[in-house]
Design a protein. Structure first.
Length: 133
């Protein structure tokens, strides 16, 4: 098992993984973009509150893009929010661009000590945003 917290909780925990395709994960991000614009599944006020910066620079269940050194890269907007998974997967959502980006990787193969993902993520996101613009 790769998630020490899930292991400590007996092997099953609600935070311990999302198993889906990149399209489906990006679709979840797109649903948040719709919610922020007043979609039906979640009121815009609640969606906005979830991504409001709180102590330690996080939202409610979301990472918020830091001013420097973010894995979302330099080109995504300042309101960008997302989530990073221990195994290397990530979802970043840029409301200013209407962009949802899912990156599904496996940083734990062949070892859980792989750190290259920290360099890959911002380069990938900047290349993607650069290509779209």
């Amino acid at each position: 098992m790769h998630d020490d917290n899930a292991w400590a909780m007996g092997g099953v925990a609600g935070h311990a993984g999302l198993f889906a395709t990149a399209r489906d994960v990006a679709g979840m991000g797109a649903a948040w973009l719709v919610a922020l614009e007043g979609g039906e599944w979640l009121p815009a006020e609640l969606a906005s509150r979830a991504i409001a910066r709180r102590p330690l620079g996080r939202g409610l269940g979301w990472d918020l893009k830091s001013e420097a050194g973010s894995s979302a890269g330099e080109l995504m907007g300042s309101r960008t929010f997302g989530h990073l998974g221990f195994t290397g997967c990530s979802l970043w959502i840029d409301p200013d661009r209407g962009l949802s980006v899912a990156l599904l990787t496996n940083r734990v193969h062949p070892s859980r000590h792989g750190e290259g993902i920290k360099e890959l993520r911002p380069v990938f996101h900047d290349a993607l945003v650069g290509a779209l613009e």
